[in-house]
Design a protein around this ligand. Structure first.
Ligand code: SAH
Ligand code: SF4
Ligand code: F3S
Length: 468
């Protein structure tokens, strides 16, 4: 086994902890204690939190939603935009206050922010009540760090190198119906605005056999759905350098016959025809693709380092629509990238008209320290960017609703995941095209796929009734 090179570790203020394998020393230090874990950011972070929970529960702890009750507090952070940072530092204010009343609690910060040296430095200099800082490459060391933690000291271990892909990870999954499955870690795309390649390291794929084994095990345990996770799933296998590609994996996962398979996120750059064919061929591969476009202007796409033009995106989009019956496609869009003119922005609005996306996550560009785009000249006023965002959202929501309305009066299969948050007499679930539906049906339907007659459509959800 190759150990991460400790010499290359960016910050290592404690030298008492030697590198240890997954296996945790049994100890009763945390037996019966409570942990509070808060997750920021993307699905990958959600899944990492399931790994952290696996460790915490292995140590004998149980979770609490009440910060005041916690013996261990963990924040799994995100660095994608400045407001993600702000949220974490805002929350740290509450924790600082709590630590004054309960000095014995252990506070740990993990996730993508920890991988940023300037943030780690800030945590060390200005937040001495934080006891543990760990990164995205050493989640497996959380248990060891906790067992050796001292509520009056700081232990910071963040590795700048990725280390080997780890298998047999202990997870405490949030759902027993739908599961996340990592297929590729890291990202090599280095889009000029994005921090992810710096916080998540190089692209590393898991072996097909390991992924299939995990999916088969989940299926045997009654899981109905898996979502294959990667910052860019269609880069899967590139690092094997033997021609393996995402479609090979997807086909093998489809052949496990688990009822539903999803994947996020796809990059428009190297989405091959073979991938489209496999999605179309297997009924258990859901007809839903999240395909971030980022901008409708080829000039801005070039500055972003996205590797495709507006025309190439539209061509791929139309091919998907033609070949995959009923496919829903959603996207991500950034407004106010440095140098974005009104004309560039108009092109973004135009592409929303052309593609009529089922949904879109929209963001104002946020400069990230260390990325090339943060050094590009940006003279557009924030108020202008905000107006653009608002205009874009109106367009995007119009088409989400229009697409949703097309389903009214039809009966569609919905995987029911739980009781509706707003109305406990209803349940909620997702269509194969990843649309949220609140359904009039008994709680017994949770965990099954049922036919639902869609009665009403909004921008972000549908209402329906179980068609027995
Ligand atoms: N790997 C995925 C996206 C990960 S981040 C992909 O390549 O599509 C999710 C989204 O956040 C991105 O698609 C982008 O729209 C947005 N984003 C990333 N960096 C950003 C930044 N610096 N400012 C604003 N939005 C950003
Ligand atoms: Fe970021 Fe681009 Fe990688 Fe997505 S593909 S994670 S946007 S660098
Ligand atoms: Fe945020 Fe890291 Fe995900 S920066 S979006 S949590 S990969």
């Amino acid at each position: 086994m190759n150990l991460p090179d400790l010499q290359k570790a960016k910050i290592r203020t404690s030298d008492k902890v030697e590198y240890k394998e997954n296996d945790l020393v049994s100890s009763d230090r945390f037996l019966g204690k409570k942990y509070f874990l808060r997750t920021y950011g993307c699905q990958m972070n959600e899944h990492d939190s399931e790994q952290m929970k696996g460790t915490l529960e292995f140590l004998g702890m149980s979770s609490t939603d009440d910060l005041d009750m916690a013996d261990v507090i963990i924040l799994n952070t995100c660095a994608i935009r400045e407001n993600a940072h702000d949220k974490v530092f805002g929350y740290l204010g509450r924790i600082k206050h709590l630590k004054k009343i309960k000095p014995e609690i252990i506070v740990a910060i993990g996730g993508c922010m920890s991988q940023e040296p300037r943030i780690t430095k800030e945590l060390l200099d200005r937040h001495p009540y934080v006891n543990i800082v760990f990164g995205t490459h050493n989640i497996h060391e959380l248990g060891t760090m906790l067992l050796e933690a001292n509520s009056k000291k700081q232990d910071v271990q963040v590795y700048s190198v990725e280390g080997e892909v780890r298998e047999n990870v202990l997870y405490k999954r949030d759902s027993n119906i739908s599961a996340w499955v990592n297929i590729i870690y890291g990202c090599d795309k280095f889009c000029t605005y994005c921090i992810v390649p710096y916080t998540r390291g190089k692209e590393r794929s898991r072996k097909i056999e390991e992924i299939v084994k995990e999916v088969e095990d989940l299926k045997a345990r009654g899981y109905m759905e898996v979502t294959l996770l990667g910052q860019n799933v269609n880069a899967y296998g590139n690092d094997f350098k033997d021609g393996t590609e995402f479609s090979d994996l997807l086909e093998k996962v489809a052949q496990t016959n688990i009822p539903r398979i999803r994947f996020v996120t796809s990059h428009p750059w190297n989405f091959t025809d073979k991938m489209i064919d496999i999605i179309a061929k297997y009924e258990n591969v859901m007809p839903y693709i999240h395909l971030p476009i980022q901008s409708g202007s080829s000039r801005i796409l070039k500055l972003m380092g996205r590797r495709y033009t507006k025309e190439e995106y539209i061509e791929l989009f139309q091919k998907m629509k033609e070949k995959i019956p009923g496919v829903a496609i959603t996207t991500d869009i950034i407004v106010g990238f440095p140098g974005e003119t009104n004309d560039d922005f108009e092109e973004t609005l135009e592409i929303v008209e052309t593609c009529q996306f089922d949904g879109a996550y929209t963001f104002i560009f946020s400069p990230r320290v260390g990325t090339p785009a943060s050094l590009m000249e940006d003279s557009t006023l924030l108020t202008v960017k905000e107006t653009r965002l608002q205009k874009l959202n109106e367009r995007v929501n119009y088409y989400s609703k229009l697409n949703n309305e097309k389903l009214v009066g039809t009966t569609v299969p919905v995987l029911i995941l739980g009781v509706s948050e707003k109305d406990s007499s209803k349940v909620y679930g997702y269509t194969d095209t990843m649309k949220l539906v609140n359904v009039v049906a008994s709680h017994d339907t949770i965990g099954t796929i049922i036919p639902v007659l869609i009665q009403d459509a909004k921008s972000f959800s549908l209402d329906g009734v179980f068609q027995k």
